[in-house]
Design a protein around this ligand. Structure first.
Ligand code: BG6
Length: 300
């Protein structure tokens, strides 16, 4: 498989394929600004390094499981076509099925220093059983001096399809007490820990307990301020009016088998989402695009 991927899509010095954990194929993107790694399983970005800052941008669980039908814990899982539990049937996989399946590589290119690898996924018997719609998903991952991720859903079926989801990004932070998230302006959110109670955020989001919230920001950028790493991670979004902020804190961390008990101390999630009211009905033959870019600046 690696040989075929290499023949079809490798680009000298920029795009390389190899066996990752548990023999699962991975692609490495490299340019003068840094590197990124993605598994074909879930089209899952597991690593991002930007040379301007020494520490990895994304958090990966040391207990992550790499197996068919299972989502990798950390990096950027693609939650799709629904966010969280299925609204009518909680026996269906949390966060949909896109992150649990193997995707195909659809293309690679280098354009003015920007390295792009794209992946595709479409329906099969198993997805139709979980979600009765035909679809073509294309996901491109582009490394320039930042990482851009673009998820395009094309409704190839004959009925309208309701889609939610998230680019569920796990960020590495120096220490959770040193880290805050800001949306630029005061913003409202749904508290998933209090039955979706609607609340208002004034000032930055701080982490001193479990946080599981769906924000509805006016601005399309979130800032993760980390004084310990002396950096600000900027997450910009398009096709999204909701942003999930999550840290499992102590008890939930213990309940997750693929998450270390103290993992919550060095990570937080800011997810470019289509969640809560931000679910989209897409007509046959229409598309919906969800995008985010991740970049880093020095702390002010
Ligand atoms: C977040 C949800 O997006 O994902 C949390 O808001 C959830 O409620 C978390 O616990 C992790 O979900 P999972 O399915 O990857 O364990």
């Amino acid at each position: 498989m690696i040989d075929q991927l290499t023949d079809a899509f490798a680009v000298t010095n920029h795009v390389r394929f190899s066996d990752g954990e548990n023999g699962m194929p991975v692609v490495l993107l490299e340019n003068r600004f840094g590197s990124a790694t993605a598994y074909l399983h879930g089209a899952h970005v597991t690593d991002l390094r930007l040379n301007t800052h020494p520490s990895p941008v994304l958090w990966m669980s040391p207990k992550a499981v790499f197996a068919d039908g299972k989502a990798i814990r950390g990096g950027v899982p693609i939650c799709w076509p629904w966010f969280g539990p299925h609204s009518a049937d909680e026996s269906k996989p949390n966060h949909g099925f896109a992150r649990n399946r193997s995707w195909s590589v659809a293309g690679s290119k280098v354009d003015d220093g920007e390295v792009t690898v794209s992946f595709s996924l479409s329906q099969d018997d198993a997805t139709l059983e979980l979600w009765p719609h035909e679809f073509e998903l294309e996901y491109s991952v582009s490394l320039s001096d930042r990482l851009a991720m673009r998820l395009q859903f094309w409704n190839t079926g004959s009925a309208p399809a309701s889609v939610g989801g998230a680019l569920h990004s796990y960020f590495k932070v120096s220490q959770i007490e040193n880290s805050t998230v800001e949306f630029g302006k005061p913003t409202e959110y749904y508290d998933q820990l209090e039955d979706m109670a609607r609340k208002r955020q004034e000032g930055p989001v701080v982490f001193d307990r479990e946080v599981d919230r769906i924000y509805i920001p006016d601005e399309d950028v979130a800032h993760i301020n980390d004084v310990g790493f002396d950096r600000i991670i900027n997450v910009t979004s398009q096709g999204s009016r909701s942003a999930v902020v999550w840290n499992p804190w102590t008890e939930k961390a213990k309940r997750m088998g693929d998450f270390p008990d103290d993992g919550y101390r060095t990570m937080l999630c800011v997810e470019t989402a289509n969640a809560a009211d931000d679910v989209h009905t897409i007509e046959p033959n229409a598309i919906h695009v969800l995008e985010q870019t991740i970049s880093i600046a020095d702390a002010k």
